[in-house]
Design a binder for this molecule. Sequence first.
Ligand code: MRU
Length: 351
Amino acid sequence: MKFKPIEWKNDCVRILDQRKLPHEVSYLECRDASSVAKAIKTMAIRGAPAIGVAAAMGIALAGERIRTYRPEIFRREMEKVCNQMAKTRPTAVNLFWATNRMKRILNESVLDVKKKKDQLKKEALNIYREDIDINQKIGEMGRVLVQEGVGVLTHCNAGALATAGYGTALGVLYAAWAEGKRFQIYVDETRPQLQGARLTTWELLQEGLPVTVITDNMAGWLMKKGKIHLVLVGADRIALNGDTANKIGTYSLAILSKYHHVPFYVVAPISTFDLTLTSGADIPIEEREIKEVTCFQGIPTTPKGVGALNPAFDVTPHPLIRGFVTEKGIVQKPFNKNLKKLFSTPNFREA
Ligand code: MRU
């Protein structure tokens, strides 16, 4: 990739500030856990896998900064940092998955604080490298879905910017493009934060893939006109039955896809599945400030005093989903049976 959304550099966490894209490419240099937590909260870095990686690096960074040789004090301080990270955003399960991986290392019985700090840093870097590797595998698995000459629609940003690198839904497009297929990519602008218009367009153009932006309310009409043959979206949390939380607007897109017989696929690593939830009903949905809806770049677009809602995610019921593209293969229906198979078979691969 031509850019790195996040990296560990000279003992600080360097984050490409996505709030400023596409106008400005600038980086935050986070030197402590609080600034990483703030970057996640304020969406300088966003996207389910990316916030998991950032949280893990933030926890490792905190480890480096704590000055004590006493394991019990170190552990107590680090527990606080893990809890602080877990409070940054509620919906994407990757954040909790990564935080729990770091907690496991923390709670393994090594008495030497210096060794523990090294282990935590190693685990954070493993999470980072594994994520890039997993995304490339997802791309390999999913590229068969993209046929020469088709129109593909995506929502929000499920690309390199939303991960440690390469991306999930966009990773499938990168892999298909790399094998020589040519196709048209459409992206919903994705109100209210415009992740599609600002971020997906920016990263696709960086990588040399042409992209056409549409407003969210154009998708149905494009499908009606036969311009869309495939929809690929990412995910923030997937329940055991396949119900999927993703950026607000994904649910409407899934309904439109069903009506127009356009295959609708969710592309995500296995770490995005929440095995503790049997259905999507219990997925916590982040509510963000209403000024994201009532203003555009700080300028009000509505009369003063108007009511507004701002759920950041919705849940697409599994019957609307054609399949899941994961690093272990493509999971088709029936999801109850095939997702169980996915979790129990080390090398599951099904098309
Ligand atoms: O609020 P955001 O920008 O963090 O939401 C991101 C999404 O909904 C993505 O589609 C999802 O995290 C998948 S990223 C590979």
